[in-house]
Design a protein around this ligand. Structure first.
Ligand SMILES: Nc1ncnc2c1ncn2[C@@H]1O[C@H](COP(=O)(O)OP(=O)(O)OP(=O)(O)O)[C@@H](O)[C@H]1O
Ligand SMILES: [Mg+2]
Length: 327
């Protein structure tokens, strides 16, 4: 079953056309990455899904319920973590969670153990009797996540849950998210860091200027973003000389030597690089290894969200670049 379906969503804020016909589908059990640069429309989409903002047109459904017509059916089945958490700083961690459990009508007899389960899952056990004010940012982010879980929702909508955290805290919160995925929850998680989602999400959608520009697996995104193949070559010696020789070949766009190894970029469209080894050996160079460089996730992201590249690749519509404010 489709857990979240968004079709042709439009939303304007004054002159800003924040969502320009966005569509996406998240299946039940997906851990779905929602990516895009600043101002792409991620938060706007998530607020619409969380029933906090009305779209101008288009439809959005969560577990089959329309977010406008059936908002009261949507709210109990989602856990929404906004990109900023405010208020309630003078409450204790466990009080805060009990408060939300009550607000979500978790029966009083169950609240105690529901809250301690959420505290354990998000690694807040040592902090249960601390004032929220006294928590570090990472801990507060975990608390925001714990808050989304008190009513055991099937669908989690998490707006940049790992932003602003140090590398260790990021990894820890991503581990909690993975555990939630393993529990069978459907998770929609936004980020502007593709690599962060690599080992978490089974699917991603990349949006830019309020439109989906890619949806599918991360592996396919990388393949689609690939332009030219890059090779790393190691020789016993004479790297500079080999590099100069390779640069002159028609199939090679660029070659340069650094620290005794050579980086070669092939001309676009050329994938079979066996000729490089043959040539080097033929010319008497002592070849150690040739390795194809992996395309970096961040490069892929930048390529996929680069309007010029997209127009060249797809060219169906001229993107209205004047209406997008990239924050
Ligand atoms: N309440 C608002 N009033 C006016 N403009 C808004 C409002 N909310 C969002 N926008 C605009 O809509 C566009 C999309 O914003 P949104 O917050 O959805 O982007 P985002 O993808 O979440 O970006 P970020 O990565 O910075 O969080 C931006 O141009 C933003 O300035
Ligand atoms: Mg946002």
């Amino acid at each position: 079953m489709t857990a979240i379906s968004v079709e042709n969503l439009h939303k304007r804020f004054g002159k800003t056309h924040a969502l320009q016909g966005l569509s996406l589908a998240v299946e039940e059990g997906d851990v779905y990455g929602f990516l895009g640069p600043n101002g792409a429309g991620k938060t706007t989409t998530m607020r619409i899904l969380a029933t906090l903002l009305r779209p101008d047109s288009g439809t959005a459904r969560v577990l089959g319920h329309d977010v406008i017509e059936e908002a009261t059916a949507v709210r109990p089945v989602i856990g929404y973590m906004p990109d900023t958490s405010g208020a309630y700083r003078d409450m204790l961690v466990h009080e805060y969670l009990e408060f939300f459990a009550a607000a979500y009508r978790v029966p009083a007899s169950q609240r105690g153990h529901v809250v301690s389960d959420c505290i354990t899952l998000t690694g807040l056990h040592d902090k249960r009797n601390e004032l929220i004010e006294a928590l570090s940012r990472g801990m507060r982010q975990r608390l925001g996540l714990a808050r989304c879980l008190v009513h055991d929702p099937k669908v989690l909508i998490l707006d940049e849950p790992a932003s602003g955290l140090d590398p260790r805290a990021r990894i820890e919160i991503l581990e909690v998210l993975r555990a939630l995925g393993d529990m069978g929850k459907t998770v929609l998680i936004s980020s502007h860091i593709l690599s962060e989602l690599r080992h978490l999400c089974n699917k991603i959608c990349i949006i830019d200027l309020g439109k989906s520009i890619y949806s599918g697996t991360i592996a396919e995104a990388l393949e689609r973003a690939r332009t030219a193949h890059r090779l790393q070559i190691r020789l016993v010696d004479r790297a500079q000389e080999a590099s100069d020789m390779l640069r002159e070949m028609d199939e090679i766009r660029e070659a340069h030597a650094t620290d005794g190894s050579i980086v070669v970029e092939l001309v676009e469209g050329i994938a079979d690089f066996s000729f490089v080894a043959t040539t080097l050996v033929h010319k008497g160079f002592a070849l150690l290894t040739i390795r194809e460089e992996e395309i970096l996730l961040e490069d892929a992201f930048i390529r996929l969200t680069d309007t010029d590249t997209l127009e060249a690749a797809d060219a169906p519509v001229a993107a209205d670049t004047t209406s997008g404010n990239r924050g």
